[in-house]
Design a protein around this ligand. Structure first.
Ligand code: HEM
Length: 581
């Protein structure tokens, strides 16, 4: 301003009236700018005060609006620039996790629910949410479902649960999401679970022996690829049978490439910018169609295995059920896009978490030793492939490594939406037609909740024992000392008293350890994931020596909100068989 004044006064010779006009214009713009800035600051102060006040008003039912200096533009830019950093600030208040409402566009708000109490209410009310929109988005944009069929899926607003959602009028024979959910439940949490796990274990042992790793070091280019081609492929075989991959030898490699491109597909990047990704997806669809034809020609009922679940052509009752209920009402590419969704959901989070667990174990020689010792103490010289994976899962150290890996690396959103009615969530409310989000990462980093043993084991670091409770040691267990005091009468304490020795438990962690979501929205594959992860890392540690050939393994950030961390670049390693002296 001072410079402008000096300039104005110092004008003499040429065109003084023009110069004065130009400066008057500048003054005018400056004044408008100033008024705008003052208005923004006043608006910010007002919303910040309201934000503070509102938080304590128990009668209000929406989380308070997050204040921003420049409405709409600021949250969008900050979110796109660094979502984890922006949301970390927005979802905490005075050092504690909170719920907040962010306005990204005029009339479009997203409610971020992060305080543990509200999250517990969300899980309790989870059968009231309609997740169809999110699924259809995934089918369409990620897995390539033809638009015509995606809209048929969208039209079914009755939800996946036995009882249709309130306000929905879809005829029972058109409840497509219920058909899908029935198949999923039976396969992963019902009678199909044990046979599927047993097929997975056998397939994994086969994959590992095919690698022919001996007493001498063998070198490989990428550790994640190893896990994808062994644990990942075994899961595909356990669910789809051996013929999907046998008929399509590139299937696993294409799935690997597809997974890497998924964050871009989720942003709606069009085909002309990344044609190869779209071609890979179409190739995967064609792979499924080739397999459908082969299985339809060869399958007969009497080929179903004695366990009543598996068969050599469709692989599992789950796939037979999908063919029976879906194949006659939709075309093969639509079915293939939905099967691609299953292939991706059942492998990639599990593969990434197994990779991360192995990285943490191998980076700590003492932990490698402890895992080997635990296995030896519990199972003696029994061959790992003969041990029931469920028994491995009952070992506190192995379970704690598994749970801590998921706590540290799963960074996924649970999306909630109610199309027909408002849903009360304790002190807050999810209004009808509003979108709510819960992100596992912020809950997993909640310093109020988790035990760090007085900062010895910060929440952004891996502590293999975080989930182990020793009844004789008050500083052990997943809960912080303050949280432990609050939950004296909670399930965790009851469980603790029931156990006389060291034990693993996730009881009492409902609103805080949420890698799989919660309530009726919880991942149905969690039992398979836990057993398979533990079986894989117990096998790799007890039977092999593995050394990474890089010191620092950088993690990629693209997958935030989308699933699990993974190394940014291929991690070269060497491997040989290990024998106890
Ligand atoms: C550590 C590994 C895994 C993690 C962290 C994980 C996490 C999740 C999450 C957060 C959801 C979304 C829940 C929702 O909001 O609706 C989900 C859904 C799903 N997961 Fe997993 N998952 C894992 C492994 C698996 C495995 C091994 C399978 C299958 C064998 C599987 C099958 C599914 C299916 C089918 C759905 C969709 C459920 C539906 O549409 O009703 N997941 N998973």
């Amino acid at each position: 301003m001072l410079t402008l004044l000096v300039n104005l006064l110092s004008q003499t010779a040429e065109g003084p009236s023009q110069t004065i006009m130009a400066h008057l214009n500048s003054w005018l713009f400056l004044a408008i700018d100033l008024v705008l800035i003052i208005l923004c600051v006043l608006r910010y102060i007002h919303s910040a005060l309201k934000y503070r006040q509102y938080r304590f008003d128990l009668h209000q039912r929406l989380p308070p609006t997050y204040p921003s200096l420049i409405p709409f533009l600021e949250p969008i830019i900050l979110f796109l620039w660094d979502a984890p950093k922006f949301l970390k600030g927005a979802t905490s208040y005075a050092g504690s996790l909170t719920s907040t409402c962010i306005h990204f566009f005029p009339g479009h708000k997203i409610l971020f629910f992060q305080d543990p109490e509200t999250i517990q209410h969300i899980w309790k009310q989870s059968d009231k949410f309609n997740t169809v929109r999110m699924r259809v988005y995934a089918y369409k944009y990620l897995f390539g479902m033809p638009k015509k069929w995606a809209s048929v899926y969208e039209a079914d607003d009755s939800g996946p649960f036995p009882k249709p959602l309130q306000g929905s009028n879809v005829a029972p024979e058109k409840r497509i999401h219920r058909f899908l959910a029935e198949g999923i439940d039976k396969a992963l949490t019902g009678p199909g679970f044990a046979p599927t796990l047993s097929r997975l274990q056998k397939a994994y042992v086969n994959q590992m022996s095919n690698l022919e790793i001996g007493q001498e070091w063998s070198e490989f280019e990428d550790f994640r690829r190893l896990i994808h081609m062994t644990t990942g492929q075994s899961t595909i075989e356990a669910i789809f049978g051996p013929n999907l991959v046998r008929l399509n030898p590139d299937f696993m490699e294409d799935l690997f490439q597809f997974d890497r491109a998924l964050p871009w597909l989720s942003k709606g990047i069009p085909r002309f910018i990344m044609p190869t990704v779209y071609r890979t997806r179409e190739k995967l669809h064609d792979n499924f169609v080739t397999w459908y034809k082969y299985a339809r020609e060869n399958f007969q009922d009497h080929l179903i295995y004695k366990d009543g679940d598996g068969d050599p052509f469709w692989g599992s009752n789950w796939m037979r059920q999908r063919q029976k209920t879906l194949a006659h009402i939709q075309d093969d590419i639509t079915l293939a896009s939905s099967d691609l969704g299953i292939a991706w959901a059942s492998t990639e989070n599990m593969v990434r978490n197994t990779v991360m667990a192995m990285i943490h174990i191998l980076q700590d020689k003492n932990l490698v030793h402890r895992v080997r010792q635990e296995l030896h103490d519990s199972f003696g010289d029994q061959d790992i492939k003969d041990i029931d994976p469920k028994l491995l899962g009952s070992n506190p150290l192995l379970s704690s490594i598994y749970a801590e890996t998921l706590r540290l690396h799963v960074k996924t959103y649970t999306i909630i939406y109610s199309s027909h009615s408002n849903v009360p969530l304790g002190r807050y409310l999810l209004p009808k037609s509003s979108v709510g989000l819960v992100n596992s990462h912020f809950s997993h980093m909640n310093t109020d909740f988790w035990n760090t043993q007085n900062g010895l084991h910060p929440l952004d670091s891996f502590w293999a024992d975080r989930f182990i409770t020793d009844p004789a040691d008050q500083s052990s267990g997943p809960l912080s000392p303050e949280r432990r005091k609050i939950t004296t009468a909670s399930a965790t304490q009851i469980v603790s008293r029931e156990h006389s020795g060291l034990h693993f438990s996730t009881d009492g962690l409902d609103g805080s350890w949420i890698p799989y979501g919660g309530g009726r929205l919880m991942c149905p594959g969690r039992f398979l994931a836990k057993n398979s992860m533990i079986f894989t890392f117990a096998t790799l540690v007890s039977e092999f020596d593995i050394e990474f050939k890089v010191d620092n393994i950088e993690l990629e950030s693209k997958s935030f909100g989308f699933g699990t961390d993974s190394p940014k670049k291929p991690v070269p390693f060497r491997i040989r068989r290990w024998r106890r002296e």
